[in-house]
Design a binder for this molecule. Sequence first.
Ligand SMILES: [Zn+2]
Length: 261
Amino acid sequence: MSFKRQLAHHTWSEVAALDKADGVVILPIGAMEQHGHHLPLLTDTLIVNRMLEAALAALPDEVAAWTLPTLPYGKSNEHTGFPGTISLGAQTLVAVLHDIARSLNDAGFRRLALLNGHGGNAALLEMMAREIRAATGQLCFCLQPALFLDPPFPISAEERCLGFHGGELETSLLLTIAPELVEMDKAVRHYADYPGAGGGGSPLFFFGAAASAWLSRDWSVSGIFGDATLGTAEKGDALIAAGGQGLADLLRVISTFKTTH
Ligand SMILES: [Zn+2]
């Protein structure tokens, strides 16, 4: 490798000397929050770390990309009431992202990619990417979990619609990333009985154009949304291979991206 991918492994003088005209700094953002009875609280953080590891391994040496240590907490207040969930307030996360971005800008970096591992962070990160762009002048990109949770194998329509937390996909990923932390005998199948689920006549849904500000406990006793019993390590491997390559391709494009003015 022509240079170290972990920015924190450099010395300050090495960072000063880096050629930053091209290149991107990646800030992975995870969560510590409930994922049912069978997955660890750190699930989203473990997934985003593993996806980034796969992406960096697939990235050619000539692509300048450096990763920051992962932020292991996010905005997880949709899981309020499930013990062990640690949630940063929206204002806290905004402030942390501002401070990190400003520090990178001061060091001379020109591109920052926010790599999100947790759906509950999505809206805030999208907002912050533009705040950072406008406030610091550096280009800022917002990469969401949908990038690496698009399964390269068939899943049911029900799972695709309602399997968004601790279901088939996240369980599969944890079975390959950290099988020692998964208790499959406690895995459950739960599809929330939401009025709009499956086009059931209501214009409202969890996400989309007309969404409610849902809390997990309103719709799931276990905290699971989806069918966790369908998880396998083989599916997890396939997700990592597809997600890692997709992310690597994206980082290559981002590392030299320029605006017209
Ligand atoms: Zn998750």
